[in-house]
Design a protein around this ligand. Structure first.
Ligand code: MRU
Length: 351
């Protein structure tokens, strides 16, 4: 299994996803600013993976802190949390991970600063391992919606590159494949950053899962030709009513699925739910640089250099288009307003 994020004794190793699939290159992250840069520039991406990176980043930002009092340490921690949380606005896992660390450290009676720092590192390592377990559980629960010989459309990248384990939506597909279900995958290329073409196809090839790459605009035609049994995607933030922010292009995919009677599933850990947001319109959507659209992944220019572009990184799929949400606890079905509330939020570590 590919590891996008790995703690190496005294530094964080990140697989630089901007180089894939041509080059497998790793970064040694030793400073909080480097962790911030890696998240902001998509060297590490995917909701759970950026949460894990931020957790290690917080430790890196405080390990050389030289003050003496617990209160000052917490003050410094607060600043670093604000800084890291500002790297990307949409995936709530980033903020969630930092809040888990804050809560846990503040609740400890520890006054010794080196011990508080050690505690932060241990929490980051635990959170990372915890995500691996959540992925496995999601993958197992997800089997209920994947029939034998399923033909599956997926969008963006939701595998080991995006998480601490086998992935969210990708994990469900991967588990179906390893348990012999003979699945076939159509991966949306996922314009403009091409996470589907560059990353998901790379993971599908590594796992030897039969797959074909399609342009985002082709999924509806595939559905019309009755070549799709289900769609499964990940999520960056799920509001209390089930509205789901995910990579731009997810919403039109859900509309096409509804129109053609194809079930549309979201797979996400409970750390992706944000119950403080009641509906999709309040989910902050990251706007990215126009140059991502003018060029095909930093390479050839595909328009006039002065072209103005609109580039939201995510869209929001309304709950009425989502057949069910797969989590590490099981499958949540509509009416989401009630079923999500009943679910609550998972503690930092699943039992
Ligand atoms: O901009 P990205 O590449 O971080 O966007 C990632 C996605 O939208 C994924 O679908 C989402 O984070 C779920 S990944 C487990």
């Amino acid at each position: 299994m590919i590891q996008a994020v790995a703690w190496k004794n005294d530094y964080l190793e990140l697989l630089d996803q901007t180089l894939l699939p041509e080059t497998t290159g790793y970064l040694e992250i030793r400073r909080i600013e480097e962790a911030f840069e890696a998240v902001q520039n998509l060297r590490v991406r995917g909701a759970p993976a950026i949460g894990i990176t931020a957790a290690y980043g917080l430790y890196l930002g405080l390990r050389d802190w030289t003050g003496a009092s617990r209160d000052q340490f917490f003050q410094a921690m607060e600043e670093k949390i604000r800084y890291l949380a500002s790297a990307r606005p949409t995936a709530v896992n980033l903020r969630w991970a930092l809040e888990e660390l804050r809560r846990n450290v503040q609740n400890s009676a520890e006054t010794d600063i080196p011990a508080l720092k050690e505690r932060l590192l241990r929490l980051a390592v635990d959170l990372h391992e915890d995500d691996r377990r959540r992925c496995e559980l999601m993958a197992q629960h997800g089997q209920a919606v994947v029939p034998e010989n399923a033909r599956i459309v997926t969008h963006c990248n939701t595998g080991a590159l995006a998480t601490g384990g086998i992935g969210t939506a990708f994990g469900v597909i991967y588990h179906a494949h390893r348990s012999g279900k003979k699945v076939q995958v159509f991966a949306d290329e996922t314009r403009p950053v091409l996470q589907g073409a560059r990353l998901t196809m790379w993971e599908l090839a590594a796992a030897r899962i039969p797959s074909q790459l399609i342009c985002d605009s082709m999924a509806a035609s595939l559905m019309k030709q009755k070549q799709v049994d289900l769609v499964i995607v990940g999520a960056d933030r799920i509001a209390a009513d089930g509205s789901t922010a995910n990579k731009i292009g997810t919403y039109p995919l859900a509309i096409a699925a509804k129109f053609h009677g194809v079930p549309f599933y979201v797979a996400a850990p409970l750390s992706t739910f944000d119950l403080s947001i009641s509906s999709g319109q309040d989910i902050p959507i990251e706007m990215r640089n126009e140059s991502e659209i003018r060029r095909v992944f930093n390479k050839s220019l595909i328009t006039v250099p002065e072209a103005k572009c609109w580039n939201p990184a995510f869209d929001v799929t309304p709950p009425e288009l989502i057949t069910a949400i797969i989590t590490e606890r099981g499958i949540i079905k509509p009416p989401y307003g009630e079923t999500i509330k009943a679910e609550g939020r998972l503690p930092a570590r699943p039992q």
